[in-house]
Ligand binder design. Structure first.
Ligand SMILES: [Zn+2]
Length: 185
């Protein structure tokens, strides 16, 4: 999946390579965004959360929600098998924890950092939470809903559109999944 428009280094300022954050009417510079080191640290944490699933039946996916200043508000890993819950995806658990921490469902100014591109359900939850930004590790060409199979978060019909930054520590995120599925064959 290398070479696609969204696979780019995190820009120094908010606004992705396609200019979506500007095209939706908001000035990119007005959006608060955690700095690169906070995002890198969050992806490291998300990878650690994903690794917590190793040795279980759950697919290793981890997610972290950062507040506007880069503080960790929520974390989660895929617990679908552990909790026998079809909705217990890493992203939803992290979003719920962040909302509980803030005492509101509105996560404006926040960033979701996740090791795998969100599915349709989680991308929908991103829109509903009004998150500003999704930073993802590996793209999911089979089920990804923030740019791969579909793009739920940047639908032109939505009032709220979300910036997507892909390919952060992509090789490590993808290797974790590849090793998991290889081990099950
Ligand atoms: Zn999901």
């Amino acid at each position: 999946m290398m070479g696609r428009v969204d696979v780019a280094p995190i820009p120094a300022r908010p606004g992705n390579a396609t200019g979506d954050a500007v095209a939706d009417g908001r000035a990119a510079a007005d959006q608060a965004a955690p700095d690169r080191s906070a995002v890198d640290a969050a992806m490291a944490l998300a990878l650690d959360l994903a690794r917590d699933a190793l040795g279980t039946d759950d697919v290793p996916v981890g997610a972290v929600v950062l507040g506007p200043a880069g503080q960790v508000l929520g974390r989660g890993r895929n617990r679908r098998e552990a909790d026998a819950d079809p909705t217990a995806h890493a992203e939803l658990l992290a979003l719920r924890e962040a909302a509980a921490a803030l005492g509101t469902w509105r996560l404006e100014g926040c960033t979701l950092v996740v090791t795998l591109e969100p599915c349709t359900m989680c991308a929908g939850a991103v829109v509903l939470s009004r998150l500003d930004r999704v930073v993802l590790g590996a793209w999911d060409p089979k089920a990804g809903a923030t740019g791969s199979v579909r793009d739920v978060v940047r639908d032109a019909r939505l009032n709220h559109r979300v910036e997507v930054v892909g390919g952060v520590r992509e090789a490590e995120c993808a290797a974790l999944l590849r090793d998991f599925f290889a081990g099950r064959r």
